[in-house]
Design a protein around this ligand. Structure first.
Ligand code: ATR
Length: 274
């Protein structure tokens, strides 16, 4: 590609930023769409500074990751309604100097799920109560899906359940739940602890849909067992790519080349596991 005076800049900010696959995915999308633009990773701790930097350098769009998703909100000009409700922004779009915050994690999860199953009418158990659980919970609530939260720490789990207007169950009592859709939003099962699962195997029943937001490895212990038990499974790559595709659409106004993005990330993940 040609980098010149007209090249537009996009990026991801977080701390630490070491393992992000954002540049792999977004540079593949920008190149495939023939855009004169690059996407870089920035390890930044100063949240106000990152917003000022975006304005000063005319950076067109930024992905925001841990730990800045909530802290960045007061510095933006506008925040989309869903992102405000969730209390987290993972995407900033710079529209001629006006910085607008969005949350595409929620939509990414829904699109990944809907590519495999219908969510309406399913009873959903969300395992975890962090930022990802909040985003997914508010999105599914908006779709009228009956929810339940299971979490290791009761305080955090009960607080999210209260915000969502649903019930809470301690993770240790998860066997008493009867869900059609189970979503793991915790980091349990992520490399290097690949033999761990957030729930006991016996709660996975044939016909259930099981989604894991962990994408490293692609087939977590939870998903492997769910597959063996006849569940429909949705891996974390789907959510990651769909949330990225939403970002691409917000930034460029173009449809995202989803297959190219997915292949680029898959290639790096396969390289890492071989
Ligand atoms: P994110 O914003 O990415 O969702 P987070 O805010 O750190 O991440 O939330 C992590 C979630 O994973 C929490 O629900 C956490 O449970 P606690 O609230 O009890 O801390 C859950 N989690 C992390 N490690 C876990 C483990 N080993 N077993 C069970 N739950 C775990």
């Amino acid at each position: 590609m040609n980098i010149d005076q007209k090249t537009n800049l996009y990026g991801v900010v977080g701390h630490p930023i070491g393992h992000t696959l954002g540049p792999t995915m977004h540079n593949a999308a920008l190149a495939a769409s023939g855009l004169n633009a690059v996407y870089l990773a920035f390890d930044v701790q100063d949240v106000e500074g990152l917003v000022r930097g975006m304005r000063a350098f005319g950076i067109r769009g930024m992905s925001v990751t841990i730990p800045h998703k909530s802290a960045v909100i007061p510095f933006l000009d506008q925040v989309d309604e869903l992102a405000r409700e969730i209390g987290a922004v993972n995407t900033i779009s710079n529209k001629e100097g006006c910085l607008i915050g969005y949350n595409t994690d929620a939509m990414g999860a829904l699109l990944a799920l809907e590519a495999k199953t219908l969510v309406s009418g399913k009873r959903c158990l969300i395992v975890g109560a962090g930022g990802a659980a909040r985003a997914i919970g508010f999105m599914l609530r908006g779709k009228g899906v009956p929810l339940r939260i299971a979490n290791r720490s009761s305080e955090r789990g009960a607080a999210l359940a209260r915000d969502l207007g649903c019930s809470f169950v301690p993770l240790s009592d998860v066997e008493q739940t009867n869900a059609d859709l189970l979503i793991n939003t915790t980091s349990v099962g992520m490399s290097p602890h690949t033999e761990e699962s957030p729930v006991p195997d016996r709660i996975l029943r044939e016909g259930m849909t099981v989604m894991d937001i962990v994408y490293n490895p692609l087939e977590t212990r939870l998903l492997r067992t769910a597959n063996q038990r006849g569940c429909v499974t949705v891996d974390g790559l789907g959510m990651f790519v769909h949330q990225g595709a939403e970002q691409f659409r917000l930034w460029t106004g173009l449809e995202a080349p989803i297959e190219t993005m997915s292949q680029a990330v898959r290639k790096v993940l396969h390289r890492g596991s071989s």
